[in-house]
Design a protein around this ligand. Structure first.
Ligand code: FRU
Length: 486
């Protein structure tokens, strides 16, 4: 298919079953399909949506265009799980049906209310002159899995002074009311986070943009306000963020702002810190999080970025979601680490020792978890998705003396988005040991440094000979290798 506007916005009903069947066959041929990450059966996946706990199960949706690896007419695809690891497809997807969502059921969130799950999302509309309109819409999901749409928008249009880039509502309970947190843009192209409040989920009062004394680029996507332990955290995707505000290399960054508190009276984040990158790898965006009834604050992100090219585009599918992570505050800092349940994926365990100045070579199935403790004053290299010689690989370099970790994906048969650079660097505390937890899954890699103090999420597309793990270090290092399967 040539992805013209007509093809991208072709109504779902008009795609013949035979087309989907062929697409599925094509996807099955891929060598890069993932073992334990959420991926689309066909077509493109982007943002996680509606992550919640309802009716005894975890629910998670994602932005989906089922008919090809392109950003076309989006719907919500629905999954559920009892353990955050094994996900099953549910029958209800939210497909564009109403006039308010004619050009896409865009991102949003979910919150259980009484016996139902309330979903809030953006209806994307293009009019005859292809001008954008954005509506914040609502729907109820029943325990039986039926969808009951609310006919009229919860919020009909952006407030005065704001453009139609107005989307991705996050609904949270706050004291005796609900807050809706929405990404937006002022007429003079400044990114803002807008707040609305409601007592009944019907009447929504505009509280105006959150007061933040920080550059938020030209548009904010996917804002999330979270109360974690004694801190307030705002997750966001500020498009066009000035690199002087945050030094980043990806097309758009996923960032966070840590504050002491959200003050309702002044509508601001008290004692907020400077914005920081949520992830320092190549491919993480649109992270969504919520505080679950079990007390944990959980997040999930889209492994992929807007406007970038990936080699699976040739295979009829694109992208995945990250592992589910728990967000915690440790000595005033935000940590992100895969939930405890992730251990359910472990199939077998092997202790690894890399002797000083030697090279360890292990054949893998590119589906594993690796934990390594690197002592202070050591330098070394972990070649992931490596060929047997340790030459063609995704290379993680560390130098604990100088406090640097870097990830290099330049050595590959499938170069990715060269305009945005082939390396990402992270600073760690100088003169300290460092711990790595690395998850490898066919064409995806999630790296957690020091139990989640920093994370690096990245895609990498190996050829058929790149199924080794090669480790070299100038000091003895010890670790554990777990084979993972779903
Ligand atoms: C972020 C985003 C959202 C939007 C959705 C559309 O990746 O652009 O702002 O709701 O994707 O798929």
């Amino acid at each position: 298919v040539e992805w013209t506007t007509t093809e991208r916005y072709r109504p779902y009903k008009e795609w013949p079953d035979s087309y989907i069947k062929k697409l599925k066959e094509q996807v099955t041929q891929s060598n890069w399909r993932l073992n334990y990450h959420i991926q689309p059966e066909t077509g493109l996946l982007n943002d996680p949506n509606g992550f919640s706990f309802f009716n005894g199960k975890w629910h998670l949706f994602y932005q989906h265009f089922p008919f090809g690896p392109t950003h076309g007419l989006k719907s919500w695809f629905h999954l559920s799980s009892i353990d955050l690891i094994h996900w099953e497809s549910e029958k209800t997807s939210i497909e564009p049906e109403m006039s308010y969502e004619s050009h896409g059921v865009y991102s949003g969130s979910a919150i259980p209310v009484d016996e139902k799950l309330f979903l809030a999302y953006t209806g994307n509309v293009r009019d005859d002159s292809w001008e954008r309109h954005s509506y914040q819409l609502g729907a109820w999901l029943t325990k039986e899995g039926d969808l009951e749409r609310i006919e009229l928008p919860l919020i009909n249009q952006p407030p005065n002074g704001f453009t139609m880039h107005f989307r991705d509502p996050q609904i949270i309970q706050y004291e005796d009311r609900y807050l809706m947190v929405i990404g937006g843009q002022t007429d003079d192209q400044k990114g803002k986070v807008l707040f609305f409040e409601s007592y009944d989920l019907k009447q929504w009062k505009n509280l105006g943009p959150l007061e933040i004394n920080q550059d938020l680029g030209f548009m904010v996507e996917c804002p999330n306000l979270l109360f974690i332990e004694n801190k307030t955290v705002l997750l966001l995707c500020p498009q066009g963020l000035d690199k002087k505000t945050v030094d980043y290399q990806n097309v758009y960054p996923n960032t966070y702002i840590l504050a002491d508190n959200y003050s309702k009276e002044d509508h601001l984040l008290q004692h907020s810190e400077q914005q920081q990158l949520l992830d320092e790898g190549f491919d993480l965006y649109a992270t969504q999080a919520f505080c679950a009834p079990d007390g944990r604050c959980l997040s999930v992100g889209w492994i992929g970025l807007p406007e970038m090219e990936y080699p699976t585009f040739q295979e009829g599918w694109a992208h995945s979601l990250s592992l589910i992570k728990e967000l915690t505050i440790n000595e005033g800092k935000l940590y992100q680490y895969p939930v405890e349940e992730t251990k359910l994926l472990r199939q077998s365990q092997e202790n690894l020792v890399v002797s000083a100045k030697e090279t360890l070579v292990i054949q893998t199935e590119n589906s594993y978890e690796l934990q390594f403790k690197i002592p202070n004053q050591s330098k070394g290299e972990i070649a992931l998705f490596s060929d047997e010689l340790g030459e063609k690989a995704l290379i993680l370099d560390y130098d604990t003396e100088n406090g640097t970790v870097s990830l290099d994906r330049s050595s590959t048969d499938y170069p990715l988005n060269s305009d945005y650079g082939y390396t990402r660097k992270v600073e760690i505390t100088k003169g300290h040991s460092v711990e790595f937890t690395i998850f490898i899954d066919q064409s995806t890699c999630e790296i957690f440094i020091n139990q989640g103090e920093k994370t690096m999420t990245t895609t990498y597309y190996p050829n058929e000979n790149q199924n080794y793990l090669v480790i070299e270090s100038d000091q003895e290092v010890k670790g554990t290798y777990y084979r993972l399967a779903n």
